[in-house]
Write a protein that binds this ligand. Structure first.
Ligand code: AMP
Length: 278
């Protein structure tokens, strides 16, 4: 497995690849959710293709009071997860390798980014789109795999690829969960034992809401369930159209239920489908 720290070293590896090159962009601190993405990238790449994982804790997608410095960077374990899951290369640049000190060009999606996490984390998706556009230009993947765990991010990346004509096939991977239902996340490691015990109530509350007949009843039910979670402070709960992320008017349309909840000081997000009801 190739480990490239510079753009030049990665490009040297890339230019002799034939066949599909499937990119899995990550911030490291890899868990079994990321491993599942890498394994599905391996399948998608096929026998003649290659899988590249990028590991980059992107400073521009963190707000001033967020966990950029504290974000875990367990390099040896991450390299192991990549190797055992079928990666052929890891691109692991420094911040200085990605951003020149005077960088002044950004990529901004202006509609889907205005809601949900975009409202609570101003500038977050500008950072995400900019770094993903740069990774696409450096890696030149034929395909890239993103997790449905970050539903809004996936919708925004699809929009960016469509609107800016990136020749990259975007593949969504279903959310990987812990046995108790909590969505696997690098940030789960921040939770105390008592907070960790409370966190599965996010998914349980969302599932209870999804049974309801109207969007309003869905959101109200989830809100009541979340009010009973110890240590919890709700950021948002919304039922939206799965693609446009506009408020879901009717449960006759396929929708998505998205939520962000602080458990103690840790902000967790989750989402589940709202299948159309007849
Ligand atoms: P991250 O490094 O956690 O920001 O995520 C890197 C990629 O892994 C993103 O496409 C995430 O959506 C995806 N991912 C993270 N956690 C999960 C999960 N539990 N299930 C599926 N995909 C995930």
């Amino acid at each position: 497995m190739k480990v490239a720290k510079s753009v030049a070293a990665f490009r040297n590896w890339r230019k002799i690849r034939t066949g599909r090159v499937v990119l899995v962009p990550t911030m490291g601190a890899l868990h079994h959710g990321h491993a599942a993405l890498i394994r599905s990238a391996r399948k998608l790449a096929g026998r003649g293709g290659s899988v590249a994982v990028s590991i980059f804790v992107n400073p521009t997608q963190f707000g001033p009071n967020e966990d950029f410095s504290a974000y875990p960077r367990p390099w040896y374990r991450d390299a192991d997860v990549c190797r055992t899951s079928g990666a052929d290369a890891i691109f692991v640049p420094s911040a200085g390798e990605i951003y020149s000190p005077e960088h002044s060009v950004v990529v901004e999606e202006s509609t889907l980014s205005a809601t949900l996490c975009g409202q609570s984390r101003p500038g977050h998706f500008r950072g995400v789109c900019t770094v993903v556009a740069k990774l696409f230009n450096i890696v030149q993947p034929t395909h890239a795999v993103f997790g449905e765990k970050d539903w809004q991010q996936l919708a925004i990346i699809r929009r960016m690829v469509r609107d800016l004509d990136f020749p990259v096939g975007i593949v969504g991977h279903p959310t990987v969960r812990e046995p108790d239902g909590l969505a696997a996340s690098s940030r789960n490691g921040y939770l105390s034992a008592a907070e960790r015990a409370a966190a599965p109530m996010i998914y349980a509350g969302m599932r209870a809401g999804a049974e309801k007949k109207s969007s309003a009843a869905v959101v109200a039910t989830v809100g009541r369930a979340f009010a009973g979670i110890p240590f919890a402070r709700v950021d948002y709960v919304e039922a939206v159209d799965a693609d446009s992320l506009a408020p879901l008017k009717s449960r006759r349309m396929p929708g998505r239920l998205l939520a962000a909840v602080f458990i103690g000081g840790t902000r967790l997000i989750d989402n589940i489908p709202l299948p159309p009801r007849t």
